[in-house]
Every structure is written in C-alpha cells, then in structure tokens.
Design a protein around this ligand. Structure first.
Ligand code: DI6
Ligand code: FE
Length: 395
C-alpha cells in the first residue's frame, strides 16, 4: 500500500524518457512507484488527479547568496553611468557594502528578509536551495548567516561556507593573515556547530588567489567537507583547474575558463555551474566555454546566484530562459541544469534531482504542453503545485 498516487500526469523524470500517461506514487516521503498508467496495479491511500499536468523533479538551486541585509540598487545606478563592478569593489563598495549591512542586522532580521525572498523559489517549484555565507567576514557574522540560512522553511537548505569571499577592511593589505584566520578560527567553529555542508572561495583578482583558495580547501579537506569554487568569472586565474585538482563538487561561473581547465573538470567529475543572471546583470560579453563543456561531457548545472551585487535574480525559470538566450543552452539542458545536474553539484545525486524509486518525493506539477515551455516563457507562472517529501505543505 502506497501513501499516495498521482494519476493522469505526464512525467519528465530527468532519468530515462518522458511518459505521456503516467503514474507516480510516494510512500514515507520517497517515490515508491513510477511508470506508465496502464502498468499501475497497486493501491494507494490517497489518489490525486493531475489533470494532465506535467510532473518534473522539483528544482534545485545550487548556488545562491540568499541571506544578506540591504541592497545595492545605488551601485546598479553607478554601473549604468560607466563604473565597473571591479571599480566599485576596489573603492570599498561591492561585497563590502553588503558586509556592513549584514553585520548590523540581527539573525531574526536576516531570517525574515531571506524568507520573504524565498517565496519566489517556492512558487516556481523549488525544493532545495544552496545558501552561502560570505557577507560577515568575521566569525560571529559568518555563524549568524549560516544559522539564519538553516532556520529558513519551505525548502531544504544546504549551507556553504564562503568566509573567503573578499578581504574585510580590518585585514586590508593582509590577505594571507585573513585566510589564516578563516582556516583557524572561523571554518572549524562553523563545522563543529554543524552549520556547513560545503566550502567555497571567491577566486578572483578582486578576492583571493589560487594559492589562498588552495589553503582554504586544505582546511576543508581536513574537516572532511566537500569544496566548490567561484572560478574564472572575471579573469582566468586557473580556478576551475584548481577546483578539479581538489575533486570539487562544482566549479561555478567559468566565463574565462580554458579548454584545459574544462578537461580537468571532466576528469575530476566536477559539475560546471553556469550563472546567466550574473552574466546578464554585469553585462558581460565573454561566454562560458559551452562547446568545450559539452564536448568533454562535463555535467552543466544552472543557478540563480541570487545576491545583491551581481545577480539580484529571484527566478529559477528566468535563469533557465537566460541560459538558453544568452548561452544557447537547449531547453533540455536548462531543465537538467536545475534538476539532475544541480543535485549533483550539491552531492545530492543519490536522493534528489530525478524522479526514480527510492529518491525523495520532491516534485512539481506544471500547467504546460511540453517541458521546453519552462525555459521558453519569460515571466510566466505555470507551477500548479509542489511536493516536498510527498507533502504539499511546508514541512
Ligand atoms: N561572485 C558573485 O557573483 C557574487 N559573489 C561572488 O563571489 C557577487 C557577490 C556580490 O557582489 O555581493
Ligand atoms: Fe556567487
């Protein structure tokens, strides 16, 4: 006896082909049956009519900076008048202006503002959201951000420690000392308090070098934590190659990554996470190496990169559309980017990202004629309902 079954559904499991007249059952929060309607012979305590809707795995947004205070609309205006993102950062704005606001905010305020933003992800059928720290850059504020992220409800949250996001004002001219502080006094405490699922670094001219990123990764490895990297967004520092060397879950951004770095990612089995929102909002022109990623069969994930500076984007669906229009991904690639490959970028491939027996019953019903419509439409709201662990309510 299954807990519930959905009949009269079209299924796009993102593993194997689509099923045009399917049935999906859940039991104990997991998928307990999936297949053709005509093969469904079991019993379920509850029977739902999907009214011909498409059922897809719920979305996984594998790269966000959702917890922060304030906003950077003023910097948007400055950039439109000609200042560059890097100019603003060098002048003490950018990430540091969000750091000032986030240090001032209480944990409750951070929870409240992030919870409000999260409503958009929930409306668009999202089940898992990764959230990074990195707007504290001191021990207590980094911990406060991670705790705030873990308190959010309505989605499953994975937290990533990004203490090495940029150099705080107190450490000006002493980047190595800051890295030492992060490795000795912040990350181990956050890990001990069980607030960290993975460790990330912003490897960039305006942030940290490859060698500094490697030191943080060494520290993560000692603590048994997986790593990921903001790599080659604005320049090629060999970030993606470094991520591959450390067997990273993912390397993210990648606009300036070389062919060799792409080959290294393929060998390491790391996921390439593309972030079209940041590319669009910073009006970048250098495209990530899509052709090389495909040729080397590197799994491509997509994410919103939601943050107040370079990607104030609160819509997985719009990120999918942008990936198609700006990066020429196919709609199928865009869907894989927010489901199967995004789950893998968080190390959740055994339990999330596809509709298969044994995996979490995390799925969304969409009022569309074909899955490609999700990447095609701009600003539509086609999600009918969303289930997490087989439950349509907040859990
Ligand atoms: N890369 C990004 O795109 C964001 N962080 C990062 O490392 C930008 C963060 C910000 O500008 O606030
Ligand atoms: Fe980011």
């Amino acid at each position: 006896m299954h807990d519930a079954v959905w009949l009269n559904a079209k299924l796009a499991p993102m593993a194997g082909g689509v099923i045009r007249d399917g049935a999906l059952a859940a039991t104990g929060g997991r998928i307990s049956w999936i297949g053709e309607r005509r093969d469904w012979q079991d019993q379920a305590r509850a029977e739902h009519d999907a009214h011909g809707a498409w059922i897809l795995p719920a979305f996984v947004d594998c790269h966000t900076h959702l917890v922060y205070a304030g906003n950077r609309a003023h910097e948007f205006e400055l950039r439109l008048k000609g200042a560059s993102y890097e100019d603003i950062a060098k002048a003490g704005g950018g990430i540091l202006s969000t750091v000032r606001a986030t240090r001032e905010a209480s944990e409750d305020q951070l929870v409240a503002s992030a919870q409000r933003r999260l409503a958009r992800w929930i409306d668009e059928g999202t089940a898992v959201v990764e959230i990074k720290s990195g707007y504290g850059l001191d021990r207590d504020t980094e911990l406060k951000m991670l705790r705030a992220a873990r308190r959010l409800t309505g989605v499953k949250v994975k937290t990533t420690f990004l203490g090495a996001h940029t150099l705080p004002e107190e450490y000006k001219g002493r980047a190595d000392a800051y890295i030492e502080f992060v490795c000795d006094e912040v990350l181990p405490v956050a890990a001990r308090e069980k607030l960290v699922d993975a460790v990330d670094v912003f490897c960039e001219r305006i942030a940290f070098s490859r060698a500094q990123a490697a030191r943080v990764f060494d520290c993560a490895k000692r603590l048994g934590l997986p790593v990921k990297l903001h790599a080659d967004q604005l320049s090629d520092l060999g970030g993606a190659a470094l991520a591959a060397e450390y067997g990273a879950l993912s390397a993210d951004h990648l606009e300036y990554s070389s062919e060799q770095s792409v080959q290294a990612l393929a060998l390491a089995g790391s996921v390439a996470v593309l972030l079209p929102g940041a590319f669009y909002f910073l009006r970048e022109t250098r495209l990530p190496p899509i052709v090389a990623l495909r040729r080397n069969q590197v799994p491509i994930a997509l994410a919103t990169d939601h943050n107040p500076g370079s990607s104030p984007l609160s819509s997985p669906l719009l990120a999918m559309n942008m990936a198609c229009t700006l990066f020429q991904l196919t709609p199928d690639e865009a869907l894989a980017g927010f489901t199967v490959n995004a789950a893998r970028a968080l190390g959740l491939q055994a339990t999330h990202g596809t509709l298969e027996v044994g995996k979490a019953a995390d799925f969304a019903l969409w009022e569309i004629d074909s899955p490609a419509e999700l990447a095609y439409a701009i600003g539509a709201a086609p999600c009918v309902s969303r289930y997490i662990n087989g439950d349509s309510h907040h859990f």
